[in-house]
Design a protein around this ligand. Structure first.
Ligand code: FO1
Length: 315
């Protein structure tokens, strides 16, 4: 079994590559839930849904969020009625999130909700939210005050100055039982190329997950989301800088060095390999980490499987 730590961008594209090599039964994903948001009385879990839609083949592969060919009629009516309409929740997507909200109201845990949705969508892989508690990434901005990550990213399109990033309720967050058993029985754990501050950050900062990863760092590999100092996608650079972190492969290595034993950086950054290895003790490999299509993602997946000889075991 292979387990990914994933946010809503970057890692799902890599998982798409793994799906061309391995069957879904062999794949598990522990997903960030700090992007979750209550809007118009509905609880939305965007990163979990991206992974659910990926494995159920419902995902809109152009946007890499939401459901393919979804319509937005409910959103239009919600707008007319004065509800917030900046978050583009499609009609089918809304149905999934209405189901989720109803289960929350009945007292179900996030773990059970995702398990139930996975079964209903006929998903064979194991998808687990990183915690059963509500955690929330908050961005303190100069002009808009303390806002939810989705407001920063979607409503203001990341065009606001960040003073600080924090994750609400992180200290008391507890892990679903299946997180522990999945990490323990996995042959390989992949910290995906998602944003290290707001996507992977909330997962690895949950105390029990941090402890588990440290214990299992020998079988854990991280993929840098940066080429040079630029993110492959998303707001990684500005979020890392706001947190006082160096937005370079070295900065990524510094964040992940306690949680993994190997880091893959881009071929264009291969001149940094020795420096990163000497400073952090990580084994550093370089590959083409920019994937423009599923074929590119499969190539990177093969390289990851080759690390520690996992390739022969699965293929
Ligand atoms: N991203 C956007 O850039 N604009 C949107 O309107 C938007 C709506 C949306 C609805 C459902 C969903 O599951 C995801 C959605 N996303 C949207 C993606 C999401 O904001 C982020 O990409 C992730 O939370 C970051 O991982």
């Amino acid at each position: 079994m292979i387990t990914f730590l994933s946010g809503g961008t970057g890692t799902p594209k890599l998982i798409q590559g793994f799906r061309t090599i391995l069957s879904d039964e062999n794949l598990s994903v522990i997903v960030n839930t700090a992007d979750d948001i209550w809007l118009s009385g509905i609880y939305i879990s965007p990163d979990v849904d991206t992974i659910l839609y990926l494995f159920s083949d419902l995902l809109d592969k152009n946007k890499f969020w939401g459901i393919e060919n979804d319509t937005f009629n409910t959103l239009k009516m919600l707008h007319l009625l004065g509800f917030p309409s900046w978050f583009n929740l499609g009609d089918q997507d809304l149905a999934i999130n209405l189901f989720r909200t109803r289960m929350i109201q009945k007292g179900a845990s996030q773990e059970n909700i995702v398990k139930t949705l996975s079964n209903l969508l006929n998903i064979k892989s194991t998808i687990i939210p990183c915690t059963n508690n509500h955690i929330e990434t908050r961005i303190i901005t100069e002009k808009k005050g303390d806002i939810h990550f989705q407001e920063f990213w979607v409503k203001y399109k990341a065009k606001v100055n960040i003073k600080q990033v924090y994750i609400k309720n992180l200290e008391s967050a507890e892990i679903p039982e299946s997180v522990r058993s999945t990490i323990e029985k996995s042959e390989l754990i992949i910290i995906g190329p998602s944003n290290p501050v707001t996507s992977i950050g909330p997962i690895i900062q949950i105390r029990e997950i941090a402890e588990l990863l440290k214990e299992h760092k020998d079988k854990t590999i991280a993929i840098s989301p940066l080429i040079g100092n630029k993110p492959v996608s998303g707001p990684t650079e500005m979020l890392m800088k706001a947190e006082g972190l160096e937005s370079t492969p070295m900065g990524i290595a510094e964040i992940y060095k306690d949680y993994c034993s190997c880091l893959i950086i881009d071929n264009k950054d291969s001149d940094m390999i020795n420096q990163i290895q000497n400073k952090t003790g990580l084994k550093v490999l370089s590959e083409e980490i920019l994937f423009k299509n599923t074929q590119d993602a499969s190539r990177l997946a093969y390289s990851i499987l080759n690390w520690r000889g996992h390739h022969d075991k699965y293929v």
